[in-house]
Design a protein around this ligand. Structure first.
Ligand SMILES: [Mg+2]
Ligand SMILES: [Zn+2]
Length: 173
């Protein structure tokens, strides 16, 4: 069994500028490469799970997302970081799909494809809905970061709250 780190994209990996789909708008958050290398050293498999309702809302196309994703993965590769999969939900909230976080469709698919040790897995995200998704998937180790959407820290359901992914080494994983 493999322990996984489920990573939200916007607000965790890159600055959340609302519906980022162009390479020129994609800004890696400070320290993200080091943080992911650290997680790899700790033998986590890395997965990105991201809601991309901008596709369902027709703000951009699947092809835009895929192009940006290939570019992002190349940047990770340059830093010796391997993301095992990028899962995304392209639906609008009204579609009522099973993959849009806080639903667990993306995590469920990953668990079908890999032998994941959920007990020792983690999820990191910026929104309350990310943390809710982890809870729905029975992942109890969670981190909510303040580098993305604003949230009420006093009401956070996450195990840890950090300024950003850069601070991940402060946590005992
Ligand atoms: Mg986010
Ligand atoms: Zn979906």
């Amino acid at each position: 069994m493999q322990k996984a780190f489920f990573i939200d994209r916007d607000g965790v990996i890159n600055t959340d500028k609302n519906y980022v789909y162009k390479i020129e708008d994609f800004e890696f958050i400070d320290g993200v490469m080091d943080a992911l290398l650290y997680l790899q050293e700790k033998e986590f498999k890395l997965f990105i799970i991201t809601n991309q309702s901008g596709i369902g809302r027709a703000y951009y196309q699947k092809e835009d997302f895929e192009k940006l994703t290939s570019w992002m993965l190349k940047e990770f590769e340059k830093n010796s970081i391997k993301i095992h999969e990028v899962k995304y939900c392209p639906h609008s909230p009204e579609a009522n799909c099973n993959c849009r976080k806080p639903k667990t469709g993306m995590i469920d698919e990953i668990c079908k494809a890999y032998d994941i040790d959920l007990k020792n897995s983690w999820l990191i995200g910026d929104k309350d809905s990310d943390i809710k998704c982890a809870q729905n998937a029975k992942i109890k180790n969670t981190i909510q970061v303040k580098s993305g959407q604003k949230f009420d820290e006093t009401k956070s359901q996450a195990t840890y709250v950090l300024d950003s992914i850069k601070d991940i080494k402060k946590i005992k994983l």
